[in-house]
Write a protein that binds this ligand. Structure first.
Ligand SMILES: Nc1ncnc2c1ncn2[C@@H]1O[C@H](COP(=O)(O)OP(=O)(O)OP(=O)(O)O)[C@@H](O)[C@H]1O
Ligand SMILES: [Mg+2]
Length: 140
């Protein structure tokens, strides 16, 4: 049923909580793969070189650190773990990966790094729920 699970993480505590749930789920349902995705905002081309390259390297470095923390949190799971770092609008990037990889389930936090404390659910989660090609598990 859930052969291909996509986990979206942004380095927030909420995403780490979602990571623990995704790992528990993977241990229970034994999927084919757990794909962990980090998106970063597009970098404006007008930065010009060498700033553009520096910005890209920094974003990728941050994304890699976020992925490493998520993989550590996942621990042992009975499936392959894949990772993807994508530039683009966060929600669009998550939806695109879910579509192209044929994900059966997207797991994500209800909130992320955003600072608007009153929000029940962040804008990335809202957009993904509205446009995802598969079921979405919002962890809170
Ligand atoms: N850049 C990202 N890459 C991958 N997943 C993300 C990214 N940003 C958010 N997510 C996922 O979406 C969840 C909810 O984050 P969201 O961005 O919706 O909330 P927020 O940051 O509190 O609000 P907002 O971004 O609207 O200010 C996170 O816990 C994470 O699972
Ligand atoms: Mg956010």
């Amino acid at each position: 049923m859930f052969d291909k699970i996509l986990l979206a993480v942004d380095g927030s505590d909420h995403a780490l909580h979602a990571t623990r749930k995704a790992a528990e789920l993977a241990r229970a349902v034994k999927p084919e793969e757990l794909r962990i995705v980090v998106a970063y905002d597009p970098i404006p081309l007008y930065l010009g070189e060498p700033n553009l390259q520096i910005a890209i390297t920094n974003r990728k470095g941050e994304a890699e650190a976020i992925l490493a923390a998520a993989i550590k949190e996942v621990g042992k799971v009975p499936c392959e773990i894949h990772t993807e770092i994508i530039e683009g609008d966060n929600a669009s990037a998550i939806i695109e990966v879910a579509t192209t990889r044929g994900s059966d389930l997207i797991v994500m936090g209800s909130r992320g790094l955003g600072r608007l404390a009153g929000l029940l659910i962040g804008s990335t989660s809202q957009k993904v729920v509205a446009h995802a090609p598969c079921p979405v598990l919002i962890v809170r």
